[in-house]
Design a protein around this ligand. Sequence first.
Ligand code: SDX
Length: 442
Amino acid sequence: MKLDKYYTGETAKVNLDGKDYELPILIGEEGEKAIDISALRSQSGYITLDYGYMNTGSCASAITYLDGENSVLNYRGYSIDELADKCIFVEVAYLLIHGCLPTEAELANFQDMMRRYALLHEDMVHFFDRFPPGSPPMSILSSMVNSLCVFYPEMVNNPMEKIDKMAARIISKVRTIAAFSYRKAMGHQLVYPRHDYSYCANFLNMMFDSPVEPYEVNPVVVSALNKLLILHGDHEQNCSTSTVRMVGSAHVNLYASISAGISALWGPLHGGANQAVIEMLQRIHRSRGNYRTFIDKAKDPKDPFRLVGFGHRVYKSHDPRCTIIKNACNDVLKALNVKDPLLDIARELEEVALNDDYFKERNLYPNVDFYSGIIYKAIGIPSDMFTVMFAVGRLPGWIAHWKEMRNDKNYRIGRPRQIYVGPTTRRLSPIGARGVCNCENI
Ligand code: SDX
């Protein structure tokens, strides 16, 4: 990653302990401004402190651009609206990983690799028999993805030469792992991938086909699933992508780095929110639509409850993905002839919250997770699989960032600094002379 042309020649001036320091300024392709503090500690002895990295950039990246103030989301310069409207997921996966949209021949070759790598090693299939009933699907997904490096070690040893094959292999196999974990949870026999089905049609067939009633692939559902997976494709340095980069920066292989990203995505503050939204809407439905109680709880600073699916670290206006998903809800539910009261509750909840001062003052809008579960539910995917679907969509983004990080000459192992606030040097006393510890009260 060559950054020279982004340095403006201007500097930020800071005076520390009576001495002036000048820190170089960079401006990115879309006008984002940054101060390069990489020499701050060596020059001044100072570090910066920034919980949650709210103001701190970890890298330069050419993959995705977000403008949270103006609801802009672009993958490699293409707007999310156009990609979601005109492309299929595998095409956008190729774009994220390679930087350009594929030609017909490149797409055909990538799809052929998806077909070739769709099966799991049969020894891996037996793992599913050993997970206890009720095992969280995200735990199964993270474990199975990590074990890919046991079954495909040749990919692990020369990663950068075989990144295309590794990418196709994991994108294809994660779909099979997700479907197989659902079938096992339901006590159904496994349905194997078919070479004559597209990526999304194959997933739906592996999930829902039955020996007594063959599953009919509905093109409206396939189109909605492509759209949902595209919308989850990448999102700059979010928690799970930063985790993939952090773990990968220690030169951990792609599969284990992604397994760590899956664990980060599992959190209810991150990808786990789509499942929590449906559970919240169901609670409101059971309380006869009394969403006012939930709004009041969300506003109460003493109550840890948050209006799940609302708010975002970057978007301080509407999340463009949410708008696309909300509109797709109508098409899918109509095409499937599904009436879901949760959609009406979601719309009313959004309407009330967006007109409430608490949410307006904090720029809290519905995010990508607010409506996505309604479509997954209409397709027949259970709520404990919603975050797995998020992971299937986010996979190309994680791969693209891992690859970009490994190819970036500026990159080094991630190792943040800290400010120490613990006890200063203490003398060791013999165990008989030790009093009650009050360290937790620091
Ligand atoms: C994803 O980073 C990404 O790009 C993530 C993602 C991706 O594609 O990778 O977009 C996917 O993770 C979407 C977010 C899904 N999570 C949720 O829907 C959970 C509910 N939302 C929140 O917990 C929260 O909004 C976060 C975690 C999303 C963002 O948290 P921040 O940026 O740290 O904001 P904050 O916690 O500092 O909140 C600022 C204020 C606080 O109030 P005050 O202390 O100023 O009085 O807003 C309040 C918060 O209490 N607030 C909420 C709220 N979200 C923030 N209050 C009620 N309900 C909420 N949902």
